[in-house]
Design a protein around this ligand. Structure first.
Ligand code: AMP
Length: 125
């Protein structure tokens, strides 16, 4: 299926300033804010400012500058939030893409979770 970006999704509205968010980091190409329904003491969503639907879309079509900016932002968030793997028991970074992963918001986002034991990522089916 082709990537079709819906500019009415909730993260597009956050990027346009139409709805509020709890920002933890903003860079030239990336915005990070707290998840509205946190699943752990630290639950941050990291999004590119560009219009990418999924992780694979972002990796295929974003510029090198956008990709590096995004990756460095993720690292800085882990440090700033006290969950970096060299200084704490660690964190989980995950992204859902499409129907099988139950992606709710069709703007690429990385969940960064930490601050408690998180269990295994998947249960056997
Ligand atoms: P996903 O299922 O991976 O698409 O996750 C979407 C995430 O976005 C969920 O964890 C929601 O709690 C979160 N979310 C939805 N709306 C907002 C919002 N306005 N501000 C912050 N997080 C949101």
């Amino acid at each position: 299926m082709p990537y079709t970006y819906d500019d009415q999704n909730v993260f597009a509205k956050i990027l346009r300033g139409e709805i509020p968010n709890d920002t933890v980091l903003e860079t030239e190409h990336t915005l990070a804010f707290r998840d509205i329904t946190p699943q752990a003491p630290v639950h941050v969503l990291v999004i590119p400012k560009g219009s990418y639907v999924t992780y694979d879309h972002f990796c295929a079509e974003a510029s090198a500058e956008e990709i590096v900016d995004f990756a460095r932002a993720c690292s800085k968030i882990c440090s700033d939030q006290g969950i970096a793997a060299d200084a704490s028991p660690g964190f989980r970074a995950l992204t859902n893409a499409g129907e099988h992963a139950v992606q709710e918001v069709p703007h690429f986002h990385m969940h960064i979770l930490g601050g408690r034991p998180l269990g295994r990522i998947l249960s056997p089916t």
